[in-house]
Design a protein around this ligand. Structure first.
Ligand code: COA
Length: 450
């Protein structure tokens, strides 16, 4: 700009300002104002809200939960908080006629059954989850699900499109809400039931605290009931009425330097970097003889090993051979499974972990962190501690930065010894429309990938 023009622009801006000063200020959309701020500013505000506990107030402990009124959950067939449960069975009578119409959404929003075989739709779901399914309260680390991961998690054998339940904005068709169910045969104490696993409940950040969640849950329940399924299993980090079991996350650093640099939650910060690297060093190669990646031919052997193992727990997934293939057969960057084959060719142990990548925001060097999550694990011949050390070696060799496990099954026997750190985060297991006594984590034999 020439000097003359610059002066002109300044003058007209001044004039505009003067005129605006007289204009009555209309109400400004607070969400639009927030969105207009740079990402780093938004994160700062979020951190401050978290610090002063003005963010989500959903309880994280049973004590807090007992003082809260759950307006929605108190209307649902779930056990009441604080009541001892000794009986086993459904809470609500099975309805003879299931409501035919969709539950109504506020004006301007519509239901959409997502066709995940369509790459565009799958991409839209991926974008919704990656932008809104936040991992950390301060919004510096976010899940970065891949299309392949979502296909694996949402399309197991007998999946139904109507259980991939989306909400769109009428005017621009933007996907702003989602909830899914996938079929699963679940054994709970002595009963085997056809249930669904509920996953990926997500509401767009701008539509939070507007009670969309209860509508999503009601609509999904209706669609599941239509298929004559009346029970569901789900997990959450928050306390709802009423946990069947409350488990704890444990994290084992594989790349301590990177994790410390990005301030990854659950990684001890009270060690010097040099000490952390030394402390978490792993052998270069695995030690278990006969340990190798799973192939398709291993499906029958794994199927019987998992069946036998499931009976040790009060809650487990009864897999068909097709489900063993789906959930365990290795898929690049999604699921890794290994077996131990003895000299006579029989399979004695199974080990699997799935991978979730998180995006690191606003870091000058690192852009992502890859976490391996312990999945199916069964040992009949190998020492569990030795097999799990091999799992860490394999995960590190595959480029994972951290290994995450819950204190379910017999995991307590190796977590501390293998230098996992107990996280402050819990994962609560829930059953919908099923009453039974609660259970300690070591009786949980079910892991849900979401
Ligand atoms: C979880 C999420 C959908 C809740 O949305 P929200 O806008 O905070 O809540 P809404 O106003 O829509 O609904 C509130 C009701 O939903 C319930 N609710 C909130 N989170 C829930 C969860 N994860 N599972 C089940 N119910 C939940 C609340 O308890 C409340 O019901 P109540 O009155 O009985 O207590 C939203 O925070 C989100 O998308 N988060 C990121 C993804 C995520 O964490 N998903 C859950 C994984 S378990």
């Amino acid at each position: 700009l020439t000097e003359e023009k610059t002066v002109d622009v300044k003058k007209s801006k001044k004039k505009q300002k003067k005129e605006d000063a007289w204009r009555p200020e209309g109400p400004r959309d607070p969400v639009a104002m927030l969105n207009a701020l740079p990402e780093s500013k938004q994160q700062e505000i979020q951190r401050a809200l978290h610090l002063f506990s003005l963010g989500s107030t959903l309880p994280r402990t049973l004590q807090q939960a007992k003082r809260r009124i759950y307006r929605f959950w108190e209307t649902q067939p779930v056990p009441k908080l604080g009541k001892m449960r000794t009986a086993h069975g459904p809470i609500a009578e099975t309805e003879t006629s299931v409501r035919k119409e969709h539950y109504s959404l506020p004006q301007g929003f519509s239901w959409d059954t997502l066709d995940l075989t369509n790459p565009t739709v799958l991409g839209e779901l991926c974008a919704l989850l990656n932008e809104n399914y936040m991992e950390e309260d301060d919004n510096t680390i976010r899940f970065d699900f891949s299309l392949e991961y979502l296909q694996w998690a949402l399309q197991p054998p007998n999946w139904l499109a109507q259980w991939h339940c989306g909400v769109r904005v009428d005017t621009n068709q933007k996907l702003v809400g989602f909830i899914a169910a996938v079929p699963a045969n679940i054994r709970i104490y002595d009963e085997e039931r056809r249930m669904v696993q509920v996953k990926f409940l997500c509401v767009h950040k701008n539509l939070r605290l507007k009670r969309m969640t209860p509508v999503l849950i009601r609509e999904l329940t209706r669609r599941v009931n239509q298929q004559e399924v009346y029970q569901a299993v789900y997990t959450a980090g928050i306390v709802l009425p009423t946990p069947l079991s409350s488990c704890r996350y444990w994290h084992r650093p594989l790349s301590p330097r990177k994790l410390m640099e990005v301030n990854y939650p659950g990684v001890r910060q009270n060690m010097t970097l040099q000490r952390a690297i030394k402390f978490h060093r792993l052998p270069e190669v695995t030690k278990t003889p006969g340990l190798r990646p799973m192939t398709k031919e291993d499906i029958p052997g794994i199927h019987s090993l998992l069946h036998a193992n499931a009976s040790k727990f009060h809650l487990s997934h009864i897999l068909s051979p097709q489900e063993v293939e789906h959930w365990l057969l290795p898929r690049e960057t999604v699921i890794d499974s290994y077996v131990v084959e003895s000299n006579d060719g029989t399979l004695t142990d199974v080990l699997s972990f799935y991978g979730i990548t998180s995006k690191v925001l606003n870091h000058p060097v690192h852009t992502s962190v890859r976490a391996a999550h312990l999945f199916y694990l069964t040992c009949t011949a190998t020492d569990l501690l030795a097999l799990m050390e091999d799992a860490l070696v394999l995960a590190k060799a595959k480029g994972f930065d951290i290994f995450t496990a819950l204190d379910v099954m017999d995991n307590r026997s190796f977590l501390e010894k293998l230098k996992f750190n107990m996280s402050t985060q819990s994962l609560h297991y829930y059953l919908y429309n099923w009453m039974c006594p609660d259970m300690s984590p070591e009786k949980v034999g079910l892991l849900l990938a979401n």
